[in-house]
Design a protein around this ligand. Structure first.
Ligand SMILES: [Zn+2]
Length: 291
């Protein structure tokens, strides 16, 4: 009897259409995909929120995740320098890689590709998901990609996307109100990950603790920053949890600024379970520190 019930359930599941199997690079993309895909998708992600996506060590388990996937959503712009390696290693000829940066208005694109942007931002700044207005575009592209695999579910995906975007729009309006008093203020960040976030809120990122993206702090640059923080009265230095904060703490000790450890991704390992929670957490912490 038990086997009969299981077989019938499997048949019913097959009749309802197969689920779309998606792997994403970042947990934030996984969250957005779950919002759009609902119960018609199975989603897994590669990078955890406590890992630096620029510096991921490739493991065979990542290739296994991609082996049976239909779609692989990436941030693009070379954030996932390791993506091609795991796509090749997955030996999944049917896999479609979807670069969510395609329709994003990109910042800091170098006039020519050379080392002037450091090792990791050679195609411009890839941290665009920290401007929630870009999430509208990302969600639209996720709808299209999922519908490309499962056209009969397109209306369902679209309805879910509309519900989520409505919720996000309300949050965006609230966050803008919270941050309005701080427009025009300057901050320092460890890595150049906050350019889109700052542009959205009218903040100025005066400098980075890294001399160039992906290049470790140097004593000379740290001394320069101490002068800059004092002169401009900068109160906050943002450092992601996965970076070594010692140089930032040295600047803070000398100047009285605060080191804020803010995550750039949501997920099980971090402060926030999902994208909206991530933004909520970061806005509240930053507004508190800028007061
Ligand atoms: Zn970066």
């Amino acid at each position: 009897m038990k086997y009969f019930v299981v077989s019938v359930m499997l048949l019913l599941a097959a009749a309802a259409g197969a689920e779309v199997k998606v792997v994403t690079s970042l947990p934030d993309l996984a969250d957005l995909t779950r919002r759009v895909g609902g119960d018609r998708v199975i989603v897994d992600n590669i990078v955890r929120s406590d890992q630096n996506p620029h510096a991921l060590e490739v493991k065979p388990s990542y290739m296994m995740k991609l082996r049976s996937a239909d779609l692989f959503f990436i941030v693009g712009m070379d954030l996932e320098l390791w993506a091609q390696q795991i796509v090749d290693g997955s030996r999944n000829d049917a896999l479609r890689v979807v670069d969510l940066s395609r329709r994003i208005h990109k910042l800091e694109i170098p006039a020519r590709v050379d080392a002037s942007q450091g090792d990791v931002h050679r195609l411009g700044n890839p941290h665009y998901w920290l401007d929630p207005r870009n999430v509208r575009i990302m969600v639209e592209d996720i709808v299209s990609a999922l519908a490309g695999i499962s056209p009969s579910d397109e209306k369902y995906f679209r309805a879910n996307a509309d519900t989520y975007l409505k919720q996000l729009e309300q949050k965006i309006a609230q966050w803008e109100v919270t941050m309005r008093p701080f427009a025009g203020r300057s901050i320092i960040t460890f890595h150049k990950s906050w350019s889109y976030f700052a542009a959205w809120l009218g903040l100025t990122v005066a400098d980075q603790v890294e001399p160039k993206p992906g290049i470790a702090p140097s004593p000379g640059h740290t001394v320069e920053l101490i002068g800059q923080v004092r002169k401009a009265g900068i109160k906050v230095i943002i450092v992601e949890p996965f970076y070594d904060a010692s140089a930032a703490e040295q600047i803070a000790r000398t100047t009285g600024a605060t080191v804020l450890r803010l995550p750039t991704s949501s997920g099980d390992a971090g402060e926030a379970p999902d994208y909206i929670g991530l933004m909520e957490h970061n806005i509240a912490a930053l507004a508190g520190a800028l007061k």
